[in-house]
Ligand binder design. Structure first.
Ligand code: B12
Length: 238
């Protein structure tokens, strides 16, 4: 009796392990295919794989993460001078195409909350990267925030003007270029100079920042991805 139960349990465990392994294999296949296609700038393969994953019910943030991993490889190849500016432009363009497919699914995923607030977001002066900022904006909007997007290459004075006009609860700054950190610092200093710093919370994100840099610049928080951005902004308003 006990022995048969032992063997039955072993069978169940075996099935469980086989099931998990199968699922894991499926995930790994999708990961490598999508990352690979993005890194190799294979537009049709990227779009096909994205469509397949959406149909399969994969978390849209997971799909975005795989595409971002592909972009990180593109960045490394650019660093090694195996890719050039043309490839960076193509990579950005493929991502934007793919994001159009993902966006409606992401919009349904917002972390709905009763806490609403106003956010002014922008990529700081000197920086034209907006893919990450746009994803964060989509997540914030679908989570119930009112978001005023100032776009890219936003000078510190434009942030100040927006605070005066819109009276936001939060300012969100994005930067991917290390050289653009000065503009983020300048924006925070200008808010202080105009006695506006205490009126807003500041969150920063994008590859140029990390926790440490955010603290040194005088921001209230650093967000590494859209989910963290939403959770932190919700916390600001509690
Ligand atoms: C695509 C791309 C471009 C495209 C951008 C298209 C667009 N519309 O955005 C184009 C071709 C325009 C471009 C231009 C340049 N680029 Co470029 N680019 C990239 C690349 C390959 C991908 C960036 C990207 O979109 N990633 C995907 C998104 C989803 O990730 P993300 O932006 O990090 O965003 C996520 C998080 O960071 C976070 N997040 C982002 N913003 C915010 C904001 C807040 C508030 C929060 C909370 C979170 C958050 O959430 C996002 C989603 O998870 C990177 C490589 C890399 N490793 O990142 C280089 C990279 C950023 N570029 C680089 C360079 C050097 C340039 C150029 C100077 C090249 C040149 N010689 O002209 C120019 C600069 C132009 C300018 N003035 O800005 C360097 C920067 C090096 C540095 N440390 O300063 C990188 C790192 C490549 C490299 N390894 O050298 N680029």
């Amino acid at each position: 009796m006990l022995v048969s139960k032992f063997f039955r349990n072993r069978e169940i465990s075996k099935c469980f392990i086989i099931g998990i392994t199968y699922k894991l294999k499926k995930v790994i296949t999708m990961v490598s295919e999508l990352v690979d296609a993005m890194a190799k700038l294979e537009r049709s393969s990227v779009l096909e794989n994205v469509e397949k994953e959406i149909k399969r019910g994969t978390d849209p943030l997971e799909i975005i993460e795989q595409l971002s991993q592909g972009l990180r490889i593109v960045g490394e190849l650019y660093d090694k001078k195996e890719y050039f500016l043309a490839e960076l432009i193509t990579a950005g363009d493929i991502f934007q195409n793919a994001f159009q497919e993902i966006k409606p699914v992401l919009e349904k995923k917002g972390l709905k909350t009763k806490i609403k607030g106003k956010i002014v977001i922008g990529t700081v002066r000197g920086d034209l990267h907006d893919i990450g900022k746009n994803i964060v904006t989509t997540m914030l909007v679908s989570s119930g925030f009112y978001v005023e997007d100032l776009g890219v290459d936003v000078p510190p004075e434009r942030f100040i003007e927006a605070v005066r006009q819109i009276n936001p609860d939060i300012i969100a700054m994005s930067a991917l270029l290390t050289v653009a950190l000065d503009a983020a610092k300048e924006t925070i200093n200008l808010l202080k100079k105009n006695n506006l710093r205490n009126k807003v919370k500041i969150i920063v994100g994008g590859a140029a920042f990390n926790e440490d840099i955010a603290k040194k610049l005088g921001a209230d928080a650093y967000g590494k991805d859209p989910l963290e951005a939403v959770k932190t902004c919700q916390k600001f308003l509690e």
